[in-house]
Design a protein around this ligand. Sequence first.
Ligand code: ATP
Length: 302
Amino acid sequence: MSMIIQTEQLTKTFQKQHAVDHINMSIQEGEIYGFLGPNGAGKTTTIRMLLGLMKPTSGSVRIFDKQLNKHKLDILRQVGSLVENPSYYPHLTAYENLNVIRQLVGVPQKRITEVLETVRLTEAAHRKVKGFSLGMKQRLGIAAALLHKPRLLILDEPTNGLDPSGIIEIRELIKSLPKQYGMTVLISSHLLSEIDQIATAVGVVSKGKLIYQDRMSNLRKLAESTINIQCSDLEQAAIKLKQLELAATVEEEYISLGNCSNRSVSDAVSLLVHQGHEIYRVEERKQTLEQIFLGMTDGVSL
Ligand SMILES: Nc1ncnc2c1ncn2[C@@H]1O[C@H](COP(=O)(O)OP(=O)(O)OP(=O)(O)O)[C@@H](O)[C@H]1O
């Protein structure tokens, strides 16, 4: 699978402050890459550099395996983006607004109908944009970004300010793009739950630094699990479990066993039963993604 975005030591400094600090970002083809970080972490600044809207202080950007500063037009012709709230002609319809952009990017008129369908705005096509909800305006923004069939779509906080149903609509739309059109998507957000539901890969940025980057499936594997056993006479039970060389700690109402195999759980339960303890509950608790990220970002919640 080929690399769609690769940055090397990408840095942007404003008045001696590193807004983006030596970031090495890698995004593979077909991924939905969630670019996650608290407000002010450096997401928008990074995205502006990826789109050639801002010059890096140092470092470089490669997109489609080409150097951005040398092949800017060629690259950007294959990139669609939605950065900040898009502006429209309010007194024109959705169709008419897209027609203006279509003429600029030079694609046939039938693309308007296609993209309106993709973002589920077909029925609202001939309504004036001034009556659109924020969610409909965001979808129209995505439709505009899709007109020229980009290989890469970059969306900066596309669900900001939307109500729950607007968020679900945008989420489902974005999820469908790699499958339907083979597109790669970069989406930024300060909401972990959003990235968790949408992304196949993730990069976490905090204070300008990329502190974690991997596939979502690997991130989930980081979640440590513990087995909690509620039984009679906890103190005695914990002493007996030491025979099995399991790290057992006594909490208020249960014994907690660190990451252990199915075999160890089965041995522990059977030992306790044979020693006359009553078992009330055996539960697995996993660290949540929230807890993993709090650990990564020095307690700054996402
Ligand atoms: N043009 C600028 N001049 C000076 N400082 C800037 C400029 N643009 C951004 N910054 C600073 O750079 C840091 C990163 O900002 P950036 O907008 O990239 O963060 P973000 O992660 O996108 O946050 P948000 O979600 O709030 O937009 C912030 O401290 C911000 O104040």
